[in-house]
Design a protein around this ligand. Structure first.
Ligand code: 1HN
Length: 348
């Protein structure tokens, strides 16, 4: 079954040169690289980005680079497995930390990749998505799906930092990534859909069949206060199971974005969890609490606002500090893998 395949070095040099001239190459020396046995061999290396390390550099970017010169003032998290400057945290997931200072705006654009933001620090910022003004409070998840206009503004009086998650690496790989730009939008004068139509889980407005495809994303904002309350409530009644809630489209029950999944997690005080090995890669953002996570044998110690990554099929063990529960959001590519038909979990 695992016969040793022939190598390039075994082939005569003049044959190799002839192949190169014609623009072909032999498959067999590279076969195992692209089809390893049993499980993929990830390029991604797990890493923890401590907020305390990134924050001062981001605030310095606020002094060094005016927002007009940046369009989006972001420091992105570079996967060490891909070397310095890699614009991805895992195979499919881009993560950045974005700074907006009081009074600043970031102009409207729309692009093919989808994005979501998790607010990390500060109050008073907002994002306008297709005319809906979405207030940004710490922990909120705000969607800007592919093809939706979005601009940002900040009416507060201290810096605001949020985490951006995009399926950008996938779109770059597909040669499908581009943007269209526009001036700032004038928001509609009404609260966003999470405050009106979609206030109650399990109760959705009657679905209109005649709606245009552009309203495929009925709810763009998931307020953290409700997410945390739902997790705490679940913790009281789920008999010691893992406390996890997926962010979904409230009309369809499907993942809230096409390729990226978002899962809110609570770890009880002093709890240890060993999730199955998942074929999805993931980035964990700590909303509150402290603890540690062992990923493929190496341990990250984390606290509020820290972010860490896990490659595909990682062996993971989370432990929360004994004095209080911890709340994290897991950003992953399960929806993409399900659509491609290969998402998998292996019990440990
Ligand atoms: C983008 O549109 C935003 O709208 C943030 O805030 C980060 C990174 C790459 C490509 C587009 C934003 C981004 C981005």
């Amino acid at each position: 079954m695992s016969t040793q395949l022939g190598t390039l070095a075994e082939l005569p040099q003049e044959y190799r040169d002839a192949m190169t001239r014609v623009g072909v190459a032999p498959l067999w020396p590279q076969m195992r690289n692209v089809l390893p046995h049993g499980a993929p061999v990830p390029v991604t290396k797990s890493h923890l980005w401590a907020f305390a390390d990134v924050r001062p550099l981001l605030l310095r970017a606020g002094e060094l680079t005016p927002v007009e010169k940046a369009e989006r003032r972001v420091l992105f998290l570079a996967d060490p497995g891909r070397g310095p400057g890699a614009m991805q945290a895992t195979s499919t997931i881009y993560i950045g930390l974005q700074l907006l200072l009081p009074g600043e705006t970031a102009p409207a654009h729309k692009h093919t990749p989808s994005a979501a933001r998790i607010v990390v620090e500060g109050e008073g910022a907002y994002t306008v998505v297709d005319g809906d003004k979405l207030p940004m409070h710490v922990g909120d998840l705000i969607l800007t799906p592919g093809g939706c206009w979005h601009d940002h503004g900040h009416a507060g009086n201290a810096p605001v930092i949020w985490l951006d998650a995009l399926d950008l690496p996938l779109f770059v790989y597909l040669e499908g990534s581009y943007a269209v730009e526009a001036p700032l939008q004038s928001p509609r004068n009404r609260p966003d859909a999470s405050e009106v139509e979609y206030r109650s889980a399990g109760l959705a407005p009657v679905r209109r069949r005649d709606r245009p495809a552009s309203t495929a994303y009925p709810m763009m904002r998931f307020p953290w206060a409700r997410t945390e309350a739902a997790l705490r409530h679940l913790a009281e009644h789920n008999g010691g199971e893992a406390i996890e809630l997926d962010y979904v489209n409230p009309e369809t029950g499907q993942s809230c974005l096409p390729t990226m999944g978002f899962t809110a997690m609570m770890l009880r005080a002093g709890e240890t969890r060993r999730p199955p090995q998942r074929s999805a890669s993931a980035v964990y953002h700590v909303v509150s609490g402290r603890g540690s996570t062992m990923i493929n044998g190496a341990t990250h110690h984390w606290g509020p606002k820290d972010t860490f990554s896990a490659p595909v099929f990682a062996a993971i063990e989370h432990t929360s500090a004994s004095d209080s529960p911890a709340f994290l959001v897991r950003i992953h590519d399960t929806p993409l893998q399900e659509k491609l038909g290969y998402y998998e979990e292996r019990a440990r």
